[in-house]
Each structure stands twice: as C-alpha cells, then as structure tokens.
Write a protein that binds this ligand. Structure first.
Ligand SMILES: Nc1nc2c(c(=O)[nH]1)N[C@H]1C(S)=C(S)[C@@H](COP(=O)(O)O)O[C@H]1N2
Ligand SMILES: [Mo]
Length: 536
C-alpha cells in the first residue's frame, strides 16, 4: 500500500518535471526570439498557425463566445494544452525514457515548422525553438534522472527495512551508490531553480518583446510632417557602377553600432528630452515639440571610430531633424560650458564639444527620420543626434533623452574611461568598393570605384595608384554637400597577374589623407587602403 502511494507521488513530481522542462523550453525560446527574431516565439507562432488553419465556422463560434477576448481565450487554451502535454511528457520520461524527450522534440519541431513557414521570417528564426528544445530537454532529462535516483533509493532502503530518511548509503544493483535523500534534495533544488528562472526570464523576455512590437506598430503608424526644405541631389551624384556603394545607404544595410543588448523601445508619446546642466533654464521637450519646430532635411554621412581602413562602419543617409543650436537656445547656454553630455534612455553617454553644436555653419541635428521613414528602432527611435565630422561615439547618441550642458573637466562619457578620446573629429578617408579584395577579376577595361568622406570639410580629390605607380586623380561624383561622402571611379586596363591598388584622398582644406597606419583606439584608424587584386 505504501509502495503504491509513493509510486503515485512520483507521477506528480514527474508531471512537475515535465511542466518545468516545458517552461524552460518556452523561456529559452523567448529569450533567443528577442535577440535574433522577434516573431520566433513558439507559443505565438503556434497560436498564429492555429488561427490560420481553424475552419471559419469555428472562428465565428470563438468570436461569438469570447468576443474581443477570442485571442486571449486561444492563448489560454494553448497554455493549458502545453501544461497538460508537458506534464504527460514528464511522466513518460520517468516511466519510459526517452519518450518524454521525444515528445518535447516533436513539440519543438512542430513549433519550428510553425515559425519558419510564416511569412517574412528572419533567417535565424529557427534558432529560438531549436535552442529551447535543447535546453528544455536537458532540464527534463536531469530532473527525471534525479527523480529516478530518489525513487530507487527508497526501494533500496525499503529492501533494507530502513526508514525513508535513512542517511546510510545503499548499494544499488548496478553498483552505483545511492544516498537516500540526496537525489530528492537535488531534484527539488533543480526544480526550484529551473522553474523560477523559466518564469522570471520567460515573462521578462515576453514583456520586453511585446513593448518592442507595440512601439514598432506606433512607429509604423507615425506620420511625420513634411520638411520645410529638402536636400537637392545634383545630377551625377550617383554613379552607376556594379559593386559601388549606393549614394544613400538603405536603412536595412546601414551599419549598427551600440552597447544596447536589446533595442530600447520608446513610445514617442511619453518620450521627453531634458536640457539641463549649465543652462539659464531647464527645458523639457516632447516629441511633438520637436516636430513643431519644423523639420528640415539633411544629408550627412555617419562614421564609427571602430571603422578600420577599408571598413564598412560608415553610411550615408537623409535625415529629417532640427538644428541642435536651436534646441540649446531654448535653454540658454551659460558661459564656461564647453561640452554637451548627451544621454540615451539606456544610460549610454557621449561627450560633444559645445562649439560643434552651436556653430552656425555646422548642421548638428536632432534627427527623427532616416531615409524617408521614422528612425528605425535600432537607429535610435524616436530621436537621435547626428553631427557631421565627429565620430558616432562622441556625437550620434541614439534613443536620446537628455542633453546636459557641462564641461570636459566635470563630466565623462561612456567610452572615455574605456580607452577612447573624449573628443574625436573624424579622420577623413577613402575606400575601394570594387574590385572586391580577394575576388579575382577578368583582364580588360574595368572600373576601380569607391567612396571617400571628409564630413564638414568636403572631398577635393581622390587619387589612385596602381602597383606603386603615379597617383592618378579619379573622377568624383557630383557631391551633395560637404557632409556626405562622394563616389569616385577610375577606368583601369587590368592585365593578368596580381596588382596593388592604393587610394588616398585630399580634402577641401588641401590636406592629404594620413598615410601612417593607426589602430581604431583611441581616436580612429588612419592609413591609405592598399588592396591586392588578382586579374585572370
Ligand atoms: N544610445 C547609444 N547611442 C549610440 C551608441 C550607443 O552605444 N548607444 N553608439 C554610438 C556609435 S559608437 C556609433 S558609431 C553610432 C552608430 O549609429 P548607427 O547604429 O545608427 O549606425 O551611434 C552612436 N550612438
Ligand atoms: Mo562608433
């Protein structure tokens, strides 16, 4: 009798182990969905799949019964199904291993299928359910192993006619030593830790991703006022050469550099910009206040200090925004200040020389749009800074929330104690886009082409040297302004063999691009790009 009831008790614990395994599966999937592919949440993908396959009369029945709560009813139903299925998987894993794991793997495969067959999924969308399955199965196996150890120790103890809590070791038939109470304790510790982590991590990840998707929807519905002015793009600004960077970098291809593990999601309704520090009056601005200042269009090329010679951490965009000097005027800057410490909602800070933000001839802006749409979330929605001629880390704060007028002596930005200069004007540079390094080309007349940038000064000339020969001026595209990159090209009669192609630029001040190589820290790389090109 006692034997039977304790057997039943193990079924309950096995069911719990199954539920925890299922919870760990879902929580793991939610975390990786948040990181790699937000649409890859198993519960929601399966929910969407159910909605798609359920026959119309059933849908109508659901709407008639649950009204606007039909989706909540569906999710609750799914949740209950998951709970029951995982409990059964737990029991199966205890009595017929590895049936429970097989059940979990089948559930993982089904949800992966539900995810990857949905329209417009990210390439890594399969990862969350797959990793969830692996971690969930691992926990389930471990829990059931400990449960079995606990049960066997009881059987062993009973055979020896000792009490359930006996502390003496028991020799099992397979030679393993079982300490009664040991596996029971280990089962409960793991169950508690895994269960609590799954709950906390899963709910947090889900909450964050719901916040992100609701802000995504707000952004999608946002209608920005038309700009007061647009940037004229001259004829011949964009060369038509295969392999050459587009004049304006599409948002989806625009490099992204930041310290944010998850992209901040900010509702523009509740967003506020505070201008404080060494000012006559502290000013608070809403998103609408910014729009009400009237937007202008600006074309500015953004560069990262981490861009290596020939690197890709540079992009050109059309921004809609307002001049930072006008924003600062609202607060009134006190004398003695020489820096603005801009702060992001996630705590990131940048130190920008005050002079760069108040200069009448420099288009330092607060931007709300990028290439014709509200800023993408990864690029700082709803408001970021863009300052021509300064590296991004000292000027281009995304998810902006505060401008503190201060001094370099009193305040320090995020990267300053981490080995980067407090002030960092960009080092102007030039890059070869085609022929691509490492890709052989056919002999004959081919274009060598690329881009060059010297934001706020402008590019005067780009020169190319083949095999250490004379520097020959390349043809430049018609520049939009001095804040954007220009494209350049040169026709080359390529002969078979390997050749060195070197490029350098001269800016409108007549300075030659720095030849000497420098690493990215502490204030940006330098050096002429020389690439080896193979010609067949
Ligand atoms: N909030 C925040 N803003 C930030 C950063 C950051 O880490 N956090 N990185 C900066 C750096 S180093 C660069 S180069 C630019 C890159 O902007 P992008 O990701 O839109 O290309 O953003 C800047 N703004
Ligand atoms: Mo950067």
């Amino acid at each position: 009798m006692a034997q039977r009831s304790s057997g039943k008790r193990f079924f309950v614990w096995a069911a719990l182990a199954g539920v925890i395994g299922g919870g760990v599966f879902l929580a793991t999937a939610e975390v990786f969905a948040l990181l790699f592919a937000r649409a890859a949440s198993p519960i929601f993908a399966v929910g969407g799949f159910v909605i798609d396959i359920v026959p119309q009369p059933f849908k109508e029945f659901a709407i008639a019964t649950f009204g606007e709560y039909d989706k909540i009813a569906l999710l609750a139903g799914l949740g209950l199904a998951v709970l029951i299925a995982s409990a059964i998987a737990g029991i199966l894993q205890l009595v017929r291993p590895p049936l429970g794991v097989i059940a979990l793997v089948i559930a993982g495969a089904l949800s992966t299928a539900a995810i990857v067959t949905r329209a417009a999924v990210a390439p890594l969308a399969f990862l969350p359910p797959v990793l969830g399955t692996i971690v969930g199965s691992f926990i389930l196996v471990l829990l059931c192993r400990r449960l079995r150890g606990w049960r066997e120790s009881l059987v062993g103890v009973r055979a020896d006619e000792k009490s359930e809590t006996a502390a003496t070791d028991v020799e099992m038939s397979d030679g393993e030593t079982i300490r009664p109470g040991f596996d029971r304790r280990r089962f409960f510790v793991l169950a508690a830790v895994a269960g609590a982590s799954a709950l906390i991590v899963g709910i947090t990840a889900r909450t964050v991703s719901m916040a992100v998707s609701s802000v995504e929807a707000i952004r999608g519905a946002l209608k920005l006022p038309s700009p007061k002015s647009t940037v004229p793009v001259p004829q011949g600004a964009e060369l038509d050469i295969p392999g050459l960077s587009k004049l304006f970098t599409p948002n989806k291809d625009f490099y992204r550099v930041d310290t944010a593990l998850t992209v901040p999601s900010i509702d523009p309704e509740t967003w506020r910009l505070v201008i404080d520090g060494m000012v006559d009056q502290r000013v608070e601005m809403s998103f609408q206040d910014i729009l009400d200042m009237g937007l202008d269009e600006y074309a500015i090329t953004l560069t990262c200090v981490s861009n290596e010679v020939g690197g890709e951490l540079v992009g050109n965009a059309k921004w809609l925004g307002v001049p930072l000097r006008d924003v600062l005027k609202k607060a009134g800057v006190k004398s003695g200040a020489d820096m603005v410490l801009s702060r992001s909602v996630d705590g990131y800070t940048a130190s920008t020389p005050l002079a760069a933000l108040t200069d009448d001839n420099l288009d330092a802006i607060l931007a709300v749009a990028m290439n014709g749409e509200p800023l993408p979330l990864e690029h700082g929605f709803p408001v970021r800074m863009v300052v021509p001629g300064l590296y991004g880390y000292v000027s281009a704060t995304k998810w902006l929330t505060e401008l503190k007028v201060t001094t370099f002596a009193d305040d320090e930005a995020y990267w300053t104690p981490r080995g980067y200069s407090a002030e960092a004007p960009i080092k102007f540079a030039s890059r070869v886009d085609t022929p691509k390094i490492g890709e052989a080309v056919d002999a004959g007349k081919i274009p060598i082409a690329g881009v060059a940038w010297a934001q706020s000064v402008g590019i005067e000339r780009v020169e190319v040297s083949i095999d250490d020969g004379d520097w020959v001026a390349a043809t430049l595209s018609a520049p939009i302004n001095d804040d954007t990159w220009v494209q350049w090209f040169m026709e080359w009669d390529a002969t078979p063999g390997t050749h060195y192609v070197a490029v350098r630029a001269v800016n409108k001040n007549g300075d030659l691009q720095i030849e000497e190589r420098a690493p990215i820290a502490p204030n940006g790389s330098s050096g002429w790009q020389r690439s080896l090109v193979r010609v067949n």
